[in-house]
Design a protein around this ligand. Structure first.
Ligand code: SAM
Length: 267
């Protein structure tokens, strides 16, 4: 099945308008291989027919599946661990200063490893007397479904500290041998929902203490990045912190934020 440049451009345009993901020219082969499977499942004749199906899909369901197929969901527990050390210190400091309510948003939560790492950090660094809630959102319905389950294969948790694993995960037995489920003490404070960062009207009420928006803005163009950084600023409380991916650059866009270290910004 071959994808010609004209059809690639149509798909690229749809992806951009729907998700803000800007696909570079060299992604044509990737798009072709990822969508071929979907086209076969749908029993369509090729990319042209698939494009027509997308344009005609008023429910938006096929578009969601398209974004699912195209986007990269790579993540892991305590990815870019320095961020969690900075977060732990900030939470402890706020707690010592008397704060007892914490609102955290994980804005591209993928399969859940990141929000559950946030929950572990919160549980381990705040007292029992706090009201802490983590909102974890993503554009992809399939990663959200997996994240809600909170079940991970051994290979996804094997790098975790043994004590952290024992304290915050339940080890499966019998048919579930080799799997780990996050304990209710974590899942109770994490709520998942679908939010498209490229759209207006997020159902989020500030002020927030912490925003993690990591390794997703790298797929967006500068206009969308700048708009997101400004919206994050307005949602954070004074002293609130924005964490972005280590490889994401915001030179000239951080506006009123103060950079406290690479990829960490405080309002
Ligand atoms: C590479 S993962 C990053 C996961 C996690 N933040 C981390 O750093 O480990 C990127 C995630 O961004 C999501 N994503 C892509 N475009 C999005 C959009 N417009 N709105 C919300 N999430 C989006 C993808 O579905 C994917 O789960």
């Amino acid at each position: 099945m071959s994808l010609d440049t004209g059809t690639f451009n149509e798909i690229r345009d749809l992806v951009y308008r729907h998700s803000g993901i800007a696909l570079a020219d060299h992604k044509q082969a990737l798009v072709s291989s990822r969508l071929s499977k979907r086209i076969r499942i749908l029993g369509l004749g090729g990319f042209d027919e698939y494009c027509m199906r997308l344009q005609a899909d008023e429910s938006g369901r096929e578009l969601v599946l398209l974004i699912d197929a195209i986007s990269t969901n790579v993540t892991c527990f305590f990815r870019e661990v320095k961020h969690f050390e900075v977060l732990a210190a900030a939470l402890r400091q706020s707690y010592a200063a008397g704060r007892r309510k914490f609102r955290i948003w994980c804005a591209a939560s993928s399969t859940g490893e990141e929000p559950y790492s946030l929950a572990i950090t919160a549980r381990e660094n705040l007292g029992e007397d706090v009201d802490v809630k983590i909102l974890a959102t993503d554009i992809s319905t399939s990663v959200l479904a997996r994240a809600r389950q909170g079940i991970y294969e051994n290979k996804h948790v094997e790098k975790l500290d043994r004590e952290v694993l024992r304290r915050w995960f339940l080890r499966g037995a019998g048919k579930a041998d080799g799997y780990f489920r996050v304990r209710p003490e974590l899942s109770d404070i994490v709520r998942f929902g679908r939010i498209n960062l490229a759209r207006q009207g997020w159902p989020i009420k500030g002020p927030l203490d912490i925003i993690f928006c990591r390794n997703v803005m790298i797929y967006f163009d500068n206009g969308l990045r700048a708009m997101l950084v400004a919206r994050f600023y307005s949602l954070l409380r004074e002293g609130g912190i924005l964490f972005t991916g280590h490889s994401e650059s915001f030179s000239g866009m951080a506006g009123e934020f103060s950079k406290i270290q690479s990829s960490v910004y405080v309002k």
